[in-house]
Write a protein that binds this ligand. Structure first.
Ligand SMILES: CC(C)(COP(=O)(O)OP(=O)(O)OC[C@H]1O[C@@H](n2cnc3c(N)ncnc32)[C@H](O)[C@@H]1OP(=O)(O)O)[C@@H](O)C(=O)NCCC(=O)NCCS
Length: 96
């Protein structure tokens, strides 16, 4: 995908191979094709995102020379239903 504000960066996500065909080098071959396409079309960088727990995708990307950059961390807080009302009240002016 080309972003007009960064025309020399190719963004590529959502690599997927049907389960029965995994482990045969298909994702590696697809990503090599993308590198070829990027080189032929004047891109200087390819960016991709990788779930930190997705070992096969990390293996493919690392093998092909992608380097880890600073990432976003997903954070989540589970609110007990009975406390939600109290927290909402506390966040309003006059409550602390
Ligand atoms: C990730 C995915 C695309 C890989 O496709 P694939 O065609 O099986 O990949 P390849 O066969 O080219 O390479 C897989 C590599 O992962 C390695 N690998 C597999 N499981 C691994 C594990 N648990 N730990 C470390 N490496 C692992 C394999 O050894 C292989 O590396 P090698 O060629 O150096 O031996 C495929 O598993 C998939 O479609 N997953 C579901 C969708 C997904 O998660 N997509 C990525 C996020 S967008």
């Amino acid at each position: 995908m080309r972003n007009e504000s960064t025309p020399r960066i190719l963004s590529q996500d959502d690599t997927g191979v049907i389960r029965e065909y995994r482990g045969r080098g298909i994702a590696t071959a697809l990503k090599l094709k993308i590198s070829e396409y990027a080189l032929k079309n004047g891109y200087s960088t390819i960016k991709t995102r990788n779930d930190s727990t997705n070992a096969p995708m990390l293996a493919v990307n690392t093998k092909l020379g992608f380097q880890r950059k600073v990432g976003w961390i997903m954070m989540e807080k589970t609110l007990p239903p009975d406390r939600m009302e109290n927290e909402t009240r506390a966040s309003k002016p006059g409550h602390n």
